[in-house]
Design a protein around this ligand. Structure first.
Ligand SMILES: NC(=O)c1ccc[n+]([C@@H]2O[C@H](COP(=O)([O-])OP(=O)(O)OC[C@H]3O[C@@H](n4cnc5c(N)ncnc54)[C@H](OP(=O)(O)O)[C@@H]3O)[C@@H](O)[C@H]2O)c1
Length: 249
């Protein structure tokens, strides 16, 4: 416990799933946490009853001005940032023949442009020896039908993280990515699919995982805490698969 005592952490996509579980764990470990989300009502609901030192900021990561506002509000409240966890993402389905410009723009604006712009805004305010984390995915290592644009977006983010690792080396800032396998979060309910199709898809994923099940948001939060903390002081530039072995078979 207290692995992030008095550290300032900014987490996007913090009203739900992996981001919310990580915010809770960081708070338990003594961090001051900025929870960012695009929906004020969802942020309020998620943080109702949450204890610890935190603020919420409404910010749509696909918008330049919202990324500026997010970092400004974080720094105004807590001063410089130690941990920047760019986790917000969307995974709408579209088979290759159904892809539209709107689909492409939505996925790339949120999953790629968002973290890139947030990093740009945050870097001047990040403490040396800080930590930047991305939630990536194993989807750019394996092919899953209907997720081509999503997979391409996560592949782009992985490439970006490599360059960032090098560009911030003089400041001792570590850059790492987490690549979850199937994790039980609300994201599957946001794919515009009927519930029975989501359930069938879930069973299909789970049967492929060597551990035979979905992971939990808490299992990803544990990984984020490890990578953000001094426990991972010599881990830099990696993408860590947290997927029950799915990417390895
Ligand atoms: N669950 C999995 O199986 C899985 C596997 C691999 C990778 N991932 C990645 O894990 C990350 C977190 O997803 P999750 O599974 O925890 O799903 P989730 O519960 O839906 O959380 C995603 C979060 O991102 C937010 N978000 C989406 N678009 C945004 C925008 N434009 N601006 C600000 N916030 C935005 C969502 O807000 P709303 O609540 O308003 O939608 C939500 O808070 C994503 O990057 C996803 O790609 C998930």
């Amino acid at each position: 416990m207290n692995k992030l005592q008095n550290k300032v952490a900014v987490i996007t996509g913090a009203n739900s799933g992996i981001g919310l579980a990580t915010a809770k764990l960081f708070l338990k470990n003594g961090a001051k946490v900025v929870l960012a989300g695009r929906r004020e009502d969802a942020l309020n609901e998620a943080t109702d009853g949450l204890s610890g030192d935190f603020i919420t900021v409404v910010a749509d990561v696909s918008k330049d001005e919202d990324n500026i506002t997010l970092i400004k509000k974080a720094v105004e409240k807590y001063g410089n940032i130690d941990v920047l966890y760019l986790n917000a993402g969307v995974a709408p389905l579209a088979t290759t023949t159904d892809i539209t410009t709107a689909h492409y723009n939505e996925v790339f604006d949120i999953n790629v442009k968002g973290p890139i712009l947030a990093t740009k805004e945050a870097l001047p305010y990040m403490n040396d020896n800080g930590s930047i984390l991305f939630t990536n995915s194993i989807v750019h290592q394996k092919g899953f039908d209907g997720l081509s644009v999503y997979s391409a977006s996560k592949g782009a983010l992985r490439a970006y993280a490599r360059v960032l690792t090098s560009e911030v080396k003089s400041r001792g800032i570590r850059v790492n990515s987490i690549a979850p396998g199937p994790i039980d979060t609300p994201i599957y309910g946001k794919m515009n699919l009927p519930q029975d199709v989501v359930e069938e898809m879930g069973k299909g994923f789970a049967s492929q995982v060597p551990l035979g099940r979905f992971g939990t948001s808490e299992e990803i939060a544990n990984t984020a805490l490890f990578l953000a903390s001094e426990d991972a002081s010599y881990i830099n530039g990696v993408e860590l698969e947290v997927d029950g072995g799915l990417s390895q078979i």
